[in-house]
Design a protein around this ligand. Sequence first.
Ligand SMILES: Nc1ncnc2c1ncn2[C@@H]1O[C@H](COP(=O)(O)OP(=O)(O)OP(=O)(O)O)[C@@H](O)[C@H]1O
Length: 585
Amino acid sequence: MTRLQFVADTAQHATQAIAAALGVDVAMIDDQFQLVATSKTFLNKRGTDINKSFVQKVNETGSSVIPNPGHHEFCKGCKYENNCPETAEVIRTMKYDGEIIGVILMVTYTQAQKERILANTEVLLEFIGEMADLICKDIKLGEAMANEKLVTKQLQTTMDFLDDGIIMVDRYGTITQSNKTAQKMADINQKDWINHSIREFLPFQVYDFLINQGRSLKRLEVSAQNPEKGKFLVSADPIIVKEKVAGAVMHIEDMDQVHNQVYEYSQTQIRYSFDDIKGDSPEIRAVVNYASQISANDSTILIQGESGTGKELFARAIHNHSPRRNAPFIPINCAAIPEALLESELFGYTDGAFTGAKKGGKPGKFEMAGKGTIFLDEIGDMPLHMQAKLLRVLQEKIVERVGSVNPIPVKARVIAATNQNLESREYLHKFRRDLFFRLSVMPLTIPPLRERKSDILVLAEYFMKKYAARFHSQVKGLDQKAREQLLIHPWPGNVRELENAIEYAVNMERSEKITKACLPANVCQSIQLPPKEQGLMARIKEYERLIIVQSLELHGSSVPGKKEVARELGISLPTLYRRIKELGI
Ligand SMILES: Nc1ncnc2c1ncn2[C@@H]1O[C@H](COP(=O)(O)OP(=O)(O)OP(=O)(O)O)[C@@H](O)[C@H]1O
């Protein structure tokens, strides 16, 4: 589209106005030799055919008066050469920023008209020159508006690409523009939202900082005016014009989203699934089947099992098998966190809640878990007063940050784990019965490794391959004696102990098969209780050996360790050394 065509309507109005005012015919032709605007008679008499060489010659001279159309040198080659119906022409080139964009022609058909315009050529040329200027101004304005529209559209499209919310406001805090994410966050569509105050969505504090005080915000944590819309981190800059706030631009992050990202960066990205739980004993398969079945719903799970049986592995596999798999899995070890900090770790705290509290407060694990899973490990070690608070959270499904009374809805699923028998006499006064029942809606018990012996070699092979690959080791298997030894050992540390033992052996072994000698000392020296058929003396000897080995495992075989063993067994240190030698320990 040529520039003149861009303002074809204005050109047509101007053409008609000049024609009516001066009683002549008028036409405008663009730089592509197209007739853009014309009065009626011109069109009837001349049609839309334009003589290019005529226009080119006009452009070379800038403006011309042709008193004898058809016989003028400009008319050479025109189809009306020598028989032109016109009696005179006044022509002027139209320029935009120094560039020719077309010509404007004034034409007469009678002698009287001819005399009239020839008598006033200078005035007329000036007049059509001003008309041409007006048209150029219109082009400028139109182009500026089109450009502004384009920039606005480009800005909107760019903003809509972003996953975070963008809101722009004017000096009154009225929303002038926003992207799709911001509209989704506020659950309002663009049309309904524009011209509303930002105060309807975000707390007054944001408005006050930006508009009243003209200050910037850096990731300020705020709740939406409607608490159901959740929490956001707001960063914003006021726009200052002539030292006054003219508006502001805000960048808004969804708190749940931020937690998910923090979680993704902070967690190992290996997503454990039920396929990672190795072992083909009927005992472990039954637990895996049960766990997979209870993954789908939201009921609280209590996983019980000795240390190292895979409780956390199961919890992660359940989470990753559940509809919550794309939200965070947040583990917290209740035994590892000092009692005084456990509450703020679990529930978070507000700004200034206690001495040393981080500015701006901090979300707790329940909040960070969002719609995911919170894994409360070693729940048996939770102090009684915290048990009461946890029970309340589970029942009311809300948490309050330390120092705040604002309830925050709990959406996370709770999986707890313990290696203690919480129903035992010992725990009668240490663990609340009501909390135990609340947690163990779906109880899951993992049997110790010694009760599923057929898993030992399967797991050993699996760990051997894993560590051989990791350490680029030549080890490819386990020899017969090593296998037998693994089956003899009682594995008090369960799968974790087995994994560590195999990692150790892969490191130590220089041949292609793991030998008994390369197993850790405690595993290697485990003995099988002598069968009943053996004589009394032989069996007593084996028992003695077992007792000394176990005591050494406990206290270590350094000199202070041995002193402790001798004290525990009620024998002198020299006797202990003698028995170690005689029994070949
Ligand atoms: N069946 C299994 N298959 C493969 N690896 C396993 C299995 N069970 C446990 N493990 C591995 O053993 C180690 C210990 O597992 P995990 O930490 O889940 O045990 P836990 O019962 O939670 O321990 P604790 O009581 O000490 O917290 C981990 O490296 C885990 O991957």
